[in-house]
Design a protein around this ligand. Structure first.
Ligand SMILES: Cc1ncc(COP(=O)(O)O)c(C=O)c1O
Length: 389
């Protein structure tokens, strides 16, 4: 067998999602794309804010080279990000704390590669973003999942129970994919106490990685608490994939807290990790987002869709938490076998992802990054599938 064993395992694990994707294509060919209700992909469908195009036009005129640059990114962009984060997080950052990466995925790889030794453990609350297991593995780590509390909230006691002398980091994601949950200040402070407690117990620093690509996509005036003010030994990872609808352009960053333990060394290894994985993040996109700090898509559109979908599902008889952010709903499957229930939805030409794929069996994930009319037109199918179940 020419392929590496762990890569072959990854192919096997991804075949389920690929199968769904292929079935979606088949259904669309058979019934016409407008008659298939595809809620399977978390691909932002809103256009980027208008400033994005004008910024790109300016850059086409202004850029006088497209060569290599320092591995962590353009200094003026890292400075702009550091200044923005200083205001957002209430903690003063400098350019050296920021590494520009190809999306949040790139930032996660850089953070994990920077701190993991072979066999060390990464704790994450389930349900979780499906790629975390793979990302941990690539850096030599092992993913350990812990349950969430009511409303899929963060449960610090569950994290505490899973800590061992091999724990290297805890990875959280709020607003969450797939549940839409937004962790509270109190939950985050509880987690920080647990991680400080582990330091006294094992004399070992456990880092926190906060994956926040949906930070700006929150509803009803909710605010995502500043993670840097809660726990200093933190990597903040994010991207412009969702807030500027630039998922295909691959741009984001990882920032380390200026008071993190061994911060000087961490800044050095982050640069090396970025270099070995990517050399540097896409040049023109760095320059564009550097000029668009704080700009965001129209979140009210996602909120309106959440409301239409949530209310429609409740009326149809589903059990579902009202999400505070991101663009996902995570309803309870009316059948204990969530894969079987997504099969019933498929008979109604509705495509969703079984919760089992996110470490959340007994649920299914809906992505509402789709036009309002797709949501409204699907609700009758959701009602019929529930009736069949
Ligand atoms: C929770 C979470 N983290 C990371 C990513 C990767 O984001 P990016 O496309 O910016 O790499 C995603 C993408 O959907 C996500 O949902």
């Amino acid at each position: 067998m020419p392929a590496a064993e762990y890569m072959r395992d990854m192919v096997a694990r991804s075949s389920f999602i690929r199968k769904m994707f292929e079935e979606g294509i088949k259904l669309k060919a058979q019934f016409g794309p407008e008659n298939v209700f595809d809620f399977s992909l978390g691909n932002p469908d809103l256009p980027p804010p208008p400033q994005f195009k004008t910024t790109l036009r300016d850059l086409v005129e202004e850029m006088d080279g497209h060569g290599y640059m320092p591995n962590p990114g353009w200094p003026q962009v890292r400075t702009a990000v550091a200044e923005y984060l200083t205001r957002e997080q209430g903690v003063e950052l400098k350019m050296e704390h920021v590494v520009m990466t190809p999306g949040a995925a790139g930032g996660l790889h850089v953070a994990l590669k920077s701190i993991f030794n072979p066999g060390e453990e990464l704790i994450t609350p389930a349900p979780y973003f499906v790629e975390y297991g793979t990302y941990a593995q690539i850096s030599g780590g092992k993913l350990v999942t812990v349950p969430t509390g009511p409303g899929f909230g963060l449960d610090p006691a569950a994290v505490e129970a899973a800590l061992t002398e091999r724990t290297r980091a805890v990875l959280i994601n709020s607003p969450n994919n797939p549940t839409g949950a937004v962790y509270t200040q109190e939950q985050l402070e509880g987690l920080a106490r647990v991680l400080e407690g582990a330091k006294s117990r094992w004399n070992r620093r456990i880092y926190l990685i906060s994956d926040e690509p949906y930070r700006k996509i929150v509803y009803d005036g909710l605010k995502v608490p500043s993670i840097f003010r809660v726990y200093p030994h933190t990597f903040l990872v994010t991207s412009y994939s969702k807030e500027l609808s630039l998922a295909g352009e691959r741009i984001g960053f990882v920032a380390v807290h200026p008071q993190a333990e061994d911060v000087g060394e961490l800044c050095q290894v982050m640069v090396i990790a970025n270099r070995i994985f990517y050399v540097n993040a896409p040049s023109m996109m760095q320059l564009a987002v550097g000029r668009l700090q704080g700009v965001c898509v129209d979140v009210s559109v996602y909120q309106r869709r959440r409301d239409i979908f949530y209310e429609g599902l409740i009326r149809a008889g589903y059990q579902v938490e009202k999400p505070g952010g991101a663009f996902y709903l995570f309803p309870k499957s009316p059948l204990p076998d969530d894969v079987a229930f997504t099969g019933l939805l498929k008979e109604e030409r509705i495509l969703v992802v079984p919760g089992s794929g996110f470490g959340g069996p007994g649920y299914f994930r809906i992505s509402y990054a789709v036009p309002d009319r797709t949501i409204s037109a699907s609700l009758e199918g959701f009602r019929r599938a529930l009736e069949k179940a």
